[in-house]
Design a protein around this ligand. Structure first.
Ligand SMILES: NC(=O)C1=CN([C@@H]2O[C@H](COP(=O)(O)OP(=O)(O)OC[C@H]3O[C@@H](n4cnc5c(N)ncnc54)[C@H](OP(=O)(O)O)[C@@H]3O)[C@@H](O)[C@H]2O)C=CC1
Ligand SMILES: O=C([O-])CC(=O)C(=O)O
Length: 260
């Protein structure tokens, strides 16, 4: 499989190292890159042997089979429809873009018409299997997530005291923190939707990890899941697990026997 990559940052460079450098996925290579910073693009192209495209359309017109996004919510909003319409599958890191129900429906309609698929990795959290199973019978009653990060991993967070900087719905959370709370949208999509998924974001000056606590209730019983994520060294906002989950999605994309 030939992959195109959007975004040469933290997750993008991790994928380049594992897929192209270490060849961890048989018969799969990242062959094309579209990113913003052209000096980073030059370094990446010479280190990993990918072609750099200065416009998204040029990448779409290339012979890639699928496109992996590791950029921003805005980039997904701008380019997802064109990519899917061109017949290429899309694997997203910035899943927060799908919080907008109209945008979600628009992309779903394109996939239906063209026969393409969107893959949404679990990101920096887990428990999606439990939410999906509970929801399948209409028995999921509540879902909430509390995210705690150090102030330097959040936007405009107070530096010296533990502060709840957001308390509300996932719908509002992703608008205010598009680089921090994609996790609330993957939980919403697996569970009760963005309006009913409750989100709390805490800035903790003593935190060294990106922690997420997920609570859910329903006819199945009660879920309580706490994860303490090590941040990526190159971008403290992003947990290492988020990058691993994209790699796992690529590895499992065409699997014949599906787990979960
Ligand atoms: N689903 C989840 O659980 C998680 C999702 N994420 C999300 O994944 C995404 C990637 O994360 P990460 O790799 O850490 O982010 P980085 O900031 O490290 O990298 C983003 C890359 O995208 C590039 N970029 C930004 N804007 C554009 C644009 N308009 N056109 C082309 N390229 C662009 C940046 O270029 P430049 O160098 O010029 O800035 C940079 O190379 C983010 O949206 C993040 O919020 C992160 C963690 C968890
Ligand atoms: O990486 C994390 O811990 C969570 C994150 O940034 C996001 O969901 O956007």
């Amino acid at each position: 499989m030939k992959l195109g990559l959007i975004g040469g940052g933290n997750i993008g460079q991790f994928l380049l190292q594992r897929v192209n450098g270490d060849k961890v996925i048989k018969d799969t290579q990242i062959v094309a890159l579209f990113t913003r910073n052209q000096s980073t693009a030059k370094e990446i192209t010479s280190k990993f042997g990918v072609a750099n495209y200065e416009t998204m359309q040029d990448l779409i017109d290339s012979d890639v089979d699928a496109v992996v996004e590791a950029a921003t919510v805005e980039v997904v909003q701008e380019f997802a429809a064109t990519i899917l319409s061109s017949g290429k599958d899309l694997i997203l890191s910035s899943v927060g873009a799908l919080a907008d129900a109209d945008f979600y429906s628009e992309l779903e309609a394109i996939c239906h018409k063209v026969g393409t698929r969107i893959y949404l990795p679990s990101g920096a959290v887990g428990g999606l299997d439990i939410l999906k199973a509970a929801r399948s019978n209409g028995d999921l009653a509540s879902v909430s997530i509390t995210t705690t990060k150090p102030p330097h991993a959040l936007a405009n967070a107070p530096k010296d005291e533990l502060t709840v900087i957001f308390d509300g719905s996932a719908t509002e959370a992703i608008k205010l923190f598009p680089k921090n709370i994609n996790v609330s949208i993957i939980l919403s999509l697996a569970g009760l939707g963005t309006d009913k998924t409750k989100v709390k974001i805490i800035s903790d000056p003593n935190a060294t990890k990106n922690s997420h606590t997920i609570d859910a209730t329903g006819a199945f019983g009660k879920l309580s899941l706490a994860i303490e994520n090590d941040p990526m060294p190159s971008n403290p906002k992003t947990s290492y697990l988020a990058a691993l989950s994209v790699l796992a999605t690529l590895k499992n994309k065409d699997e014949l026997i599906r787990v979960g």
